[in-house]
Design a protein around this ligand. Structure first.
Ligand code: AMP
Ligand code: GLY
Length: 432
């Protein structure tokens, strides 16, 4: 089976790595890919994965490529092409594609849509309001005492959420998004949620339009610096499972969210085939959904896939074909930890083109995988090419061993200005 993966980050490297292990995959392309992806070989025949220089948002070129190469399945990593309707375009042209269509992708592309959906269908979420008028938004924020999350409706590279702790801050946040238009048209409407306290976890469920199969838990670290300080980023590190829910509690939380979600989708004619990724706060009043994403998390994928024992190709096929019901997801009992190494300055401005050393030494370690995110090949060297550069991942029996192994691999790798958090998964370490 010939497949095309769309995207160029750590998530896509993890998807490519896992799909390359499939017994069904005979040829694979990635558009546009990165230096790590271009080094992957297929288990079936030893062929290299080929990176093709087409941007993830260039839908017409991606379609032409898939048609010309007779691709059997296109797998979409990032949110942007989904929001632009890549699934609809491919389906209209008879090309099989994995990822939600444009209507279903609204769970991520519109926070106003998601918030209305959650309230209408009884999915536990924060107290909230949605607004097209800044004065109404400010009045609601004041009614919450200014302790709120002010969210631009549309996609904003993960930066469209401002957390505020008093009325002045909340008013400035509304002005920044709605009047100053700091996220452009994504901020024409806002969602304002009460500020929730608790432990935040990532859930994922693979869906086929009727069935949703819940993954184990993972936890991301969104802030740039140790101790959850500094600016919000795309995610600085993850681990799975997160020990804050027992298996029984996870099943219960999954049901509280997914059962009304599936009923709501059926009622509203939403055919969601892909990954639903709810960000959830475990509060003292129960779990509350903060937001939905309509794709795999990055860097959650990097810790999930080393634990997945199924052939990923079979799962994605079943998701596309509406045949997930009879399938059992199998996960290893190991814990995995991913530490993101980022460019100095990220999430602000940063330099590119810094040579990376130590990749071969890290790759030689057992139960370790260095997923590339922002890298490119320059002659014989691999150099930095983005904010998040590498997702250094290790898996082992128990969190302390997995964490130690991930940081040992990090220590082998060097590039000018490299920054990473030293406390990934520290919250979950057993108390001494
Ligand atoms: P979102 O993109 O909606 O997940 O928001 C980005 C981050 O802001 C989340 O990962 C949370 O850490 C934080 N956040 C969002 N909504 C809330 C909320 N209602 N209360 C507290 N923190 C929140
Ligand atoms: N883990 C953060 C994200 O994928 O949005």
């Amino acid at each position: 089976m010939k497949i095309l993966v769309i995207g160029s980050g750590g998530r896509e490297h993890a998807l490519v790595w896992k799909l390359a292990q499939s017994a069904h995959v005979t040829q694979m392309w990635c558009a546009p890919g990165n230096a790590g992806i271009a080094d992957e070989r297929l288990a079936k025949n030893g062929a290299l994965v080929e990176c093709v220089n087409i941007a993830a948002e260039d839908l017409p070129k991606l379609l032409t490529f898939a048609q010309e190469k007779k691709v059997a399945l296109t797998v979409v990593g990032p949110d942007n092409p989904l929001a632009l309707g890549i699934a609809d375009l491919f389906q209209k042209n008879g090309q099989r594609i994995w990822g939600p269509n444009q209507k279903a992708a609204q769970f991520e592309s519109s926070k106003v849509f998601s918030q209305h959906f959650m309230e209408k269908h009884g999915i536990p979420t924060a107290r909230s309001g949605t607004f097209a008028n800044p004065n109404d938004a400010k009045r609601f924020a004041a009614s919450l005492g200014g302790r709120c999350a002010v969210k631009a409706d549309g996609l904003a590279l993960g930066k469209g959420v401002l957390l505020t702790s008093n009325v002045g801050e909340a008013e400035r946040a509304v002005d920044e998004i709605m009047v100053g238009k700091s996220f452009g048209s994504a901020g024409a409407q806002v969602v304002i949620q009460e500020l929730l306290e608790g432990m935040e976890i990532s859930l994922h469920a693979l869906c086929d339009g009727r069935t949703a199969k819940l993954f184990p838990t993972a936890q991301d670290h969104k802030r740039a610096l140790d101790g959850d300080q500094g600016l919000n980023t795309g995610g600085m590190g993850t681990y799975s499972p997160a020990p804050f829910l027992s298996d029984a509690e996870l099943e219960k939380v999954g049901k509280q969210i997914l059962e009304p979600w599936l009923r709501g989708c059926a009622e509203e004619g939403i055919d969601f085939r892909g990954i639903l990724y709810p960000g959830v706060m475990l509060t003292k009043n129960g779990p509350k959904v903060l937001e939905f994403n309509a794709r795999f998390g990055d860097p959650e994928t990097q810790v999930y896939l080393p634990r997945l024992e199924n052939d990923l190709m079979e799962l994605l096929d079943a998701s596309v074909d509406g045949k997930l019901e009879g399938i059992c997801l199998r996960w290893s009992a190991l814990t995995s930890v991913c530490v993101v190494m980022a460019s100095g300055g990220y999430p602000g401005s940063y330099a590119k083109g810094k040579p990376i050393t130590g990749l071969a030494e890290a790759a030689a370690l057992p139960q370790t995988k260095v997923f590339h995110a922002g890298t490119v090949r320059a002659g014989d060297a691999v150099v930095t090419n983005g904010g998040r550069v590498l997702g250094v991942t290790a898996w082992a029996s128990g969190l302390p061993a997995a964490r130690k192994a991930a940081y040992e691999a990090v220590e082998k790798i060097r590039f000018d200005g490299a920054q990473y958090r030293r406390d990934i998964a520290a919250k979950a370490l057993p108390k001494a």
